[in-house]
Design a protein around this ligand. Structure first.
Ligand code: MN
Length: 226
């Protein structure tokens, strides 16, 4: 049994200096696209909505994601994911990209029925969001200190049918704003990542479904729900 994962790299990964970067904490942002906030019937938040997944939530492309037995309604949420390469404490938005080593696309799998029950009772979402393999991520595109273009497009299909597609310029808060905010509360460490929120189109997946996510730059993530 494996107890840690390392990030996978797109393309000529053997040459990449951070090829042995271990997957760390997975910081996740909720309610960051207006169209998804509307489909959930939620209010636009004041401060960013932040939750975490543990490293065991990671899975690489090709993984099988098992629906926990406590849920009858697991949803896909496609999200742009950025990975941190150097420690971040109190980093200003304009300095954020110096600390990012790569980006890709991930799925924030969510037990919607369990989350709804927790919300109704005023309890934490943790088990609805943070179970094993709840956060698969594609191979990463290296950024080498450069910003990600705001025209970056993320999309996902279920069994070949498109469910979600958006560009990251539809975010309520930009990636530099989010990482700066997180760095004021936490210490972001090499190998940590940030899931930056999902656009509209989330829907239920069931055992036997194949979820395929893509982002600009040619990276792909495919997982099977079992
Ligand atoms: Mn999400």
């Amino acid at each position: 049994m494996k107890h840690q994962d390392v990030w996978q790299w797109h393309g000529d990964s053997e040459q990449h200096s951070t090829r042995d970067l271990v997957v760390g904490s997975m910081f996740c942002i909720g309610k960051n696209y207006a169209d998804h906030i509307a489909e959930m019937g939620d209010a636009v938040p004041g401060d960013p909505v932040v939750f975490l997944k543990p490293p065991c939530a990671y899975a690489p492309s090709g993984a099988q994601v098992r629906i926990p037995s406590i849920s009858q309604n697991m949803h896909h949420e496609v999200e742009a994911v950025v990975v941190v390469g150097s420690p971040m404490v109190d980093v200003a938005p304009e300095q954020v990209w110096e600390h990012v080593v790569g980006y890709g696309v991930g799925i924030d799998f969510t037990l919607r029925d369990v989350q709804r029950k927790a919300k109704d009772m005023g309890l934490p979402w943790t088990v609805a969001k943070s179970f094993r393999h709840s956060g698969p991520v594609s191979p990463l595109i290296p950024t080498d200190g450069q910003p990600i273009d705001t025209s970056l497009e993320i999309s996902c299909t279920v069994n070949g049918t498109e469910k979600q597609r958006s560009t990251i310029d539809h975010m309520q808060r930009t990636i530099p704003e989010l990482l700066s905010y997180l760095s004021q509360l936490f210490e972001l460490r090499p190998g940590d990542c940030v899931f930056t929120g999902t656009p509209a189109g989330v829907s239920q997946v069931v055992a036997g479904d194949r979820i395929a996510a893509k982002c600009s730059g040619g990276v792909e993530l495919e997982v099977d729900v079992v």
